[in-house]
Design a protein around this ligand. Structure first.
Ligand code: GLV
Length: 398
């Protein structure tokens, strides 16, 4: 059997390969990182229920993720600056997603723009966007990607302002002064393989989809400054009708963390929602996504697909999320580390590992088709689980 990479192996390889501030940017969360850790801890507390002596010779791992057919219930979710983790990183990741038959979502804050990813990967990615202050630019950008064939928009709504990310300020990521520049240069010099492959041969490191808006600036720090200045904390659900009027395809709202907001998103015209706490990178001390998921699924009551992200790393995590009611999962850090560790083939290997893990998990829980996964796959009987999905605990509705 060929060896399959684990999340921790790819994370460690990414750490060895990337300049410190880029590794920290992917790896870190907000404030004291309690929610980031909780996403993992709560997934780990869930138990699958083993079932044996069933005919499991014919398994179906495929699902429809919010209108996009997929070989497994996984999409590569939006991750910023992937073109800094590997040479033309967004293109490599999109190719890997296409090779393994899963959707790829291009982050608004990418290095390669939508047209390049589409042209060089041959796929039509989902597109992620925040509501930005410069509505004229936002409108033009929407028209551009729609013109390039985009069908699914992931509208991130949990970033009216950026979270407090101590590890990023400590690493020098946002520093645009001379001191910051020398630190960043030194971190690059300490990673010669990355320097040659990504920094030298991976050019241009443009501002991707925002190039026209940030014209005249140079570095990553400038890019960050523009992004931070363009978050808009005056946004409300009425803005969704404006987006709706310009986007003919599907709109998924990313950043829902309670049942009321799930319902509000659908009432305001969204086609589906993504239960997300931004990987613990925004508001800390909120509940984990796997914890709130069943309550949101119940409230939404089948009016649209409910996807989830946050701490998902293995096929077992994916099966747990589906058992808890999700229609599909988004990966973030997992593919970013896989990309940094091994480029396109690193992401392919990660997706193949997920498939192999899902097969084992399905076979030993008696799940023949992932689209039929439900709570019967979970063992809610053991005492430590009484808060998370335990009977009578009153949290969520599984
Ligand atoms: C962007 O969405 C980030 O989390 O940095």
């Amino acid at each position: 059997m060929t060896s399959l990479p684990t999340y921790e192996e790819q994370r460690a390889a990414a750490r060895r390969r990337l300049p410190h501030m880029l590794f920290e940017y992917i790896d870190s969360g907000a404030f004291d990182e309690r929610t980031m850790d909780l996403n993992r801890a709560d997934l780990d507390r869930l138990r699958l229920k083993q079932r044996v002596m069933r005919d499991m010779s014919d398994l179906d791992l495929s699902v429809d993720i919010a209108g996009t057919p997929s070989s497994i219930p996984v999409a590569l979710g939006p991750v910023g600056f992937a073109g800094m983790y590997a040479r033309r990183g967004e293109v490599q990741a999109a190719r890997a997603a296409a090779a393994e038959g899963v959707p790829f979502c291009l982050s608004a804050v990418s290095v390669c723009d939508y047209e390049e990813v589409r042209r060089d990967s041959g796929v039509t990615p989902w597109f992620q966007l925040y509501i930005i202050r410069d509505r004229a630019y936002m409108g033009d950008l929407i028209d551009r990607v729609v013109g390039a064939g985009a069908e699914t928009l992931v509208l991130t709504v949990d970033m009216p302002l950026p979270g407090i990310r101590h590890r990023d300020t400590r690493s020098g990521l946002y520093d645009t002064g001379l001191g910051g520049f020398s630190r960043q240069a030194w971190q690059g010099i300490c990673r010669p393989a990355w320097l040659w492959d990504v920094f030298v041969r991976g050019r241009p490191h443009g501002f991707g989809n925002f190039a026209a808006a940030i014209a005249g600036k140079k570095g990553l720090g400038d890019y960050w400054r523009w992004i931070r200045e363009n978050f808009d904390c005056s946004t409300d659900w009425d803005d969704l009708s404006w987006v709706r009027s310009r986007w003919p395809g599907r709109i998924l709202i990313k950043g829902v963390l309670c049942p009321e907001d799930g319902v509000a998103a659908l009432d305001a015209g969204a086609d589906g929602i993504i239960v997300s706490n931004h990987g613990g990178r925004q508001l800390d001390s909120v509940r984990s996504t796997i914890d709130v998921l069943p309550g949101v699924v119940a409230a939404v009551a089948g009016r649209g697909p409910v996807l989830v992200d946050g701490g998902l790393r293995s096929g077992l995590d994916i099966l747990k999320a589906l058992a808890a009611g999700a229609n599909g999962c988004l990966l973030g850090r997992a593919w970013a580390f896989a990309l940094a560790a091994g480029g396109e083939s690193g992401v392919v290997a990660m997706l193949q590992a997920l498939k192999a893990e899902l097969r084992v998990a399905m076979t030993l829980t008696g799940c023949t088709a992932l689209r039929d996964a439900d709570r019967s796959l979970l063992d809610t009987g053991s005492p430590p689980l009484s808060n998370l999905y335990g009977s009578g605990a009153g949290r969520g509705s599984l």
